[in-house]
Write a protein that binds this ligand. Structure first.
Ligand SMILES: Nc1nc2c(c(=O)[nH]1)N[C@H]1C(S)=C(S)[C@@H](COP(=O)(O)O)O[C@H]1N2
Ligand SMILES: [Mo]
Length: 385
């Protein structure tokens, strides 16, 4: 393996702040941490916190080769504190101007309905936001997630189609909006056709366990292939309507704003093809023969291949080996063998979906004010010592 000068410079630019942060983290071990508004534990070896109610998975803490993310490693993205809902008081209301007969289900009634289990990923639209400033030099609003607002789970639940049929749909039905029971209501509509898709479900189990509190207990929607914001947690109602409801999550948030976008701003739906190196940022590894691991995922299908650049994304001269499960709209692990001399290098993966879509080059990556859908390949800085 050759370490190119360009890659070395890129590495130094990228790693710059990182070494300092790493050093500070070591000395600040005893410092009291900010309070958490989440239920689950957030060990610093597993999560990077973003404020009181958001936590990004350190991908390097995941069990290599196991596609499904353990529940206690799954990223959490909340707009407020996790509501602690009681399954005895909870109801699912199916209602709205386009529902024939409103229905109210108890938790027991919901879990008694026939279920499906689907293994799919969720990813926050803001995942990769840090790279807008780090790689493109563009300032954007929002928490600086790297790659860890991504997780895969086997979701068990009831298809939305089954639930909507319980209420019956009027001919006018065109939109379905799951409504969350957060302290400040969170809701986001989807077109009826998306709600009726076989793998759009109301999940009440995650990886074989009862849905954890932070991930939406007692029930959450899973809308595979769409930005995480569509997968509403703590669902209390499904509202069926003839017209598209206007709520913050499709008017102000999760829309593309900026010089490149006109008004009304495009509403975000489908996610983008991505890949990541599962190592600390920056990473320090012993020189010599090394196996580098990473993940790749696509909202469209399986991953066909992962190309690797060792010169900061200029040329892609290597191909990674895909390992373990490679599931559509979930992802795959990949690995790369390297014989690395001491020195600084960047490793840049680029995923290709089985149907053709791939990651745009950095020069094609358009910025947007809120830093959504960063899709370009990311040069991951590694120092071999
Ligand atoms: N009710 C409710 N649903 C929600 C949210 C929320 O704040 N409230 N956040 C959304 C966002 S932005 C994302 S990315 C995913 C995160 O799901 P997770 O926390 O289970 O990873 O949940 C979505 N569903
Ligand atoms: Mo999100």
């Amino acid at each position: 393996m050759q370490i190119h000068e360009r890659s070395r410079r890129r590495f130094l630019a990228l790693a710059g702040g990182g070494w300092v942060t790493a050093a500070l983290a070591c000395t600040a071990g005893g410092r009291a941490r900010g309070g958490s508004e989440l239920v689950q534990a957030l060990p610093p070896a597993v999560f990077v916190r973003h404020g009181a109610h958001n936590a990004e998975t350190r991908l390097e803490s995941l069990p290599v080769g196991r596609l499904v993310t353990p529940n206690d490693h799954f990223y959490v993205r909340n707009h407020g504190p996790t509501p602690r809902l009681s399954p005895t008081d909870w109801r699912l209301e199916i209602r709205g101007d386009a529902a024939l007969r409103p229905v109210s289900l108890t938790y027991e009634q919901l879990v008694a309905l026939p279920t499906v289990t689907i293994t799919r990923y969720l990813e926050c639209a803001g995942n990769g936001r840090a790279y807008f400033s780090e790689l493109l030099g563009v300032a954007v609003e929002g928490d600086p997630w790297r790659d860890g607002a991504y997780g895969v789970a086997a979701w068990t639940g009831v298809p939305l189609a089954t639930l909507l049929e319980l209420a019956g749909l009027r001919g006018s039905a065109a939109w379905v909006m799951p409504v969350g029971l957060d302290a400040e209501t969170y809701a986001r509509p989807m077109p009826l056709a998306k709600a009726m898709t076989a793998d759009t479900i109301l999940a009440h189990r995650m990886n074989g366990e009862v849905l954890p509190m932070d991930h939406g207990f007692p029930a959450r929607v899973v809308v595979p292939g769409w930005i995480g914001a569509a997968s509403v947690k703590w669902v209390g109602a499904l509202e069926v309507s003839a017209r598209e409801p206007a709520v913050e999550a499709n008017t102000e948030e999760y829309v593309m704003l900026g010089a490149d976008y006109r008004s009304p701003p495009p509403v975000l739906t489908t996610a983008v093809v991505k890949s990541a190196v599962c190592l600390p940022w920056p990473a320090v590894l012993p020189a010599g023969r090394r196996t580098i691991h990473g993940l790749a995922w696509s909202p469209f299908g399986k991953i066909a291949k992962v190309d690797i650049s060792l010169d900061g994304g200029r040329t892609f001269t290597r191909t990674a080996r895909l390992i373990g499960d490679n599931l559509p709209v979930a992802g795959t692990w990949w690995q790369l063998e390297l014989d690395a001399p001491p020195g600084d290098v960047t490793i840049t993966p680029r995923a290709v979906d089985e149907h053709g879509p791939t990651q745009p080059s950095l020069s094609q990556q358009r910025p947007n004010d809120k830093g959504y859908l960063f899709a370009a390949p990311v040069p991951h800085p590694i120092r071999f010592v």
